[in-house]
Design a protein around this ligand. Structure first.
Ligand code: ASP
Ligand code: MG
Length: 457
C-alpha cells in the first residue's frame, strides 16, 4: 500500500485533477490511498472570508463564498460531464449552503474564534476530496471518499491541533483499510480532523503533508508520495541560482533542516511519523510524473559531496540583547526566552557570548513590542533585512576544515551569527538580505560543481 498526497496546485483545476487521476491509475497495483489539499489558494480565501464575517462584513464574506462555489462547480462539471454533475451538484450545494449559513452566523455575532475558523477552513479539503473522488469514479477508478474528520482524531487546539495517534490509527484500521482491501481507492482531505467530541479541527497551515505521513505511518504504507509542482528537492532555490540541481536521495534529517530554513517543498513535521516507521517519502511532480523526484530516507546515502543543499531564508530580523552587568546571570536566558514566548515570536538561530545573546526571528509586527519588553531586562537592538543561509549535509559531521572553506569563499562579506546546530549537519549564518543571490551562487559554484550522479540528477 502507498499513500499519495496531492498538494493544492496538483488539484487546482479540472486539468490538474485529471492528471491526478491518470497518475493514480498508473499505481493501482500498489493499492494507493489518496490524500488531497484544498484547491490552490482556497484555504487562503476561506480564511479571508471567515475574517471578513468576523468583522461583520457579511457581504464581502458571502461574495467570496459565491466565487468559491462557482470555481468548485465549474471544476466538478468539467470533470464529471453533465449527467454525473447533476447528481453531484446537490451534494456540493449542501456544503455551500452550510458554509453560507456559517458565515451569516459569524457575521451576526461579529466574532471569529479559532474553533469557528477551523469550521470554515475545513471546507477546502472537504470539497476538494469529494470532487477528486467523484472524478476518479467518472474515470473508472474506484474512488471512495472518506471524510478525514472521521479518521484524524486530534486534541482541541484549534488551528494547530495535535493528532492523537492511537485513536487515529484505530480509525484508519476501521474506516480506511477495509476499502483498500476491497480494491477501492480511498480519497481523503489532508489538514482536517476532529477532536474527540467530533468538532472539526485543523492541524496547521500546510498540514496536508503531515496528514499523509500520519496516514502512511498508521497504515504501515510502503511509501508516501508527496506530489507537488516541482521536480523534487533541489540543491537550492532555482530562482536564486539557475544552476540548481535535483537531489535524488536525501536523509530525513537533511530534509528537515532544509525545511526549517526556507525550502518550501516539504513541511518539516511530515518527517516525523514517517521516520519513526522507516517509511521512505518521495517528493514528485504532478506536471512531470515521469521524473523520479526526490527520495527521502531514514539514513543518508554514502556520497563524497559534503553538502546536499543550500537554503536561504529572507525577511529575518536579528535581535541583540546585551546585559554587561548580568554576565549571563542565572535565569537571564530564561527571562529572555520567556519574553519571546509571551509575544509568540519564534526563534530560528541563537548565538550567545558571555554578556550578550543574538537571536533571529522572522520579521514581523510583534518585534517592537517584544523589544520594549526585553528592554526592561537588558540593552536591546534589532535590525531587519537580514537573511539566514544554511548549508546542509550529513558529511559535514565527519569532514574537517569545511567551515574554513565556506567562509574563505565569503571573505568579503559581512557574516553574522555563525552556528552549527547540535545535529551537526548544518552550517548556518546570517547575512544582509540583498546579498543572498550572490552568496548562494558563489557557494553553489564551489560545492556543487562536481556532483555524485548517484545522489544528484
Ligand atoms: N490547505 C491547507 C493550507 O493551505 C493545507 C495544505 O495545503 O497542506 O494550509
Ligand atoms: Mg502544501
Amino acid at each position: 500500500m502507498i499513500v499519495m498526497k496531492f498538494g493544492g496546485t496538483s488539484v487546482e483545476d479540472a486539468k490538474a485533477i485529471d492528471r491526478v487521476a491518470s497518475i493514480v491509475h498508473g499505481r493501482l497495483d500498489k493499492q494507493p490511498v489518496v490524500v488531497v489539499s484544498a484547491m490552490a489558494k482556497v484555504t487562503d480565501t476561506l480564511l479571508t472570508m471567515a475574517r471578513a464575517a468576523g468583522e461583520g462584513e457579511r457581504k464581502t464574506a458571502l461574495k467570496l463564498c459565491r466565487s468559491l462555489q462557482e470555481r468548485h462547480y465549474n471544476t466538478a462539471s468539467e470533470l464529471l460531464g453533465t449527467a454525473r454533475f447533476t447528481e453531484f451538484h446537490s451534494e456540493l450545494g449542501q456544503d455551500f449552503e452550510s458554509l453560507d449559513e456559517l458565515l451569516r452566523g459569524i457575521s451576526a455575532v461579529g466574532e471569529i474564534t479559532p474553533r469557528t475558523t477551523d469550521h470554515v477552513a475545513a471546507f477546502g479539503e472537504m470539497l476538494s476530496s469529494k470532487i477528486v473522488a467523484a472524478a476518479f469514479e467518472a474515470r473508472g477508478l474506484k474512488g471512495a471518499h472518506i471524510d478525514s474528520r472521521d479518521v484524524l482524531i486530534t486534541d482541541s487546539a484549534y488551528m494547530q491541533a495535535v493528532p492523537q495517534y492511537e485513536e487515529t490509527n484505530l480509525k484508519l484500521q476501521e474506516k480506511v483499510l477495509p476499502l483498500v482491501k476491497a480494491g477501492q481507492v480511498p480519497v481523503m482531505g489532508g489538514f482536517i480532523g476532529s477532536n474527540r467530541a467530533g468538532i472539526t479541527t485543523t492541524i496547521g497551515r500546510g498540514g496536508s503533508d503531515f496528514s499523509a505521513a500520519i496516514f502512511g505511518a498508521g497504515l504501515g504504507a510502503d511509501k508516501i508520495e508527496i506530489w507537488t509542482d516541482v521536480d523534487g528537492i533541489l540543491t537550492t532555490d532555482p530562482r536564486l541560482c539557475p544552476d540548481a540541481r535535483r537531489i535524488k536521495v536525501i536523509s530525513f534529517d537533511e530534509a528537515a533542516e532544509l525545511a526549517y530554513f526556507g525550502a518550501k517543498v516539504l513541511h518539516p513535521a511530515t518527517v516525523l511519523p514517517a521516520i519513526q516507521k522507516n517509511i521512505p517519502v518521495y517528493v514528485l511532480n504532478s506536471r512531470n510524473p515521469s521524473c523520479e523526484g526526490t527520495r527521502i530516507t531514514t539514513r543518508a546515502p554514502h556520497t563524497k559531496n559534503i553538502f546536499k543543499a543550500i537554503a536561504a531564508k529572507k525577511r529575518i530580523t536579528i535581535v541583540d540583547v546585551a546585559a554587561p552587568r548580568m554576565l549571563l546571570a542565572h535565569g537571564f536566558l530564561r527571562s529572555i526566552f520567556e519574553a519571546f514566548d509571551r509575544h509568540k515570536v519564534s526563534i530560528d538561530v541563537v548565538s550567545t557570548s558571555e554578556v550578550s545573546v543574538s537571536l533571529t526571528v522572522d520579521s514581523n509586527q510583534a518585534i517592537p513590542a517584544l523589544a520594549a519588553d526585553l528592554a526592561k531586562l537588558a540593552d536591546v537592538k534589532y535590525e531587519g533585512r537580514k537573511a539566514i543561509v544554511c548549508l546542509v549535509g550529513e558529511n559535514l559531521r565527519e569532514t574537517p576544515g569545511i567551515a574554513a572553506h565556506v567562509f574563505r569563499e565569503l571573505a568579503d562579506k559581512k557574516i553574522r551569527m555563525i552556528s552549527q546546530g547540535a545535529s551537526e549537519i548544518n552550517l548556518t549564518f546570517v547575512i544582509e538580505e540583498d546579498e543572498v543571490p550572490e552568496v548562494v551562487q558563489r557557494l553553489h559554484k564551489t560545492f556543487f560543481s562536481e556532483l555524485d550522479p548517484e545522489v544528484f540528477a
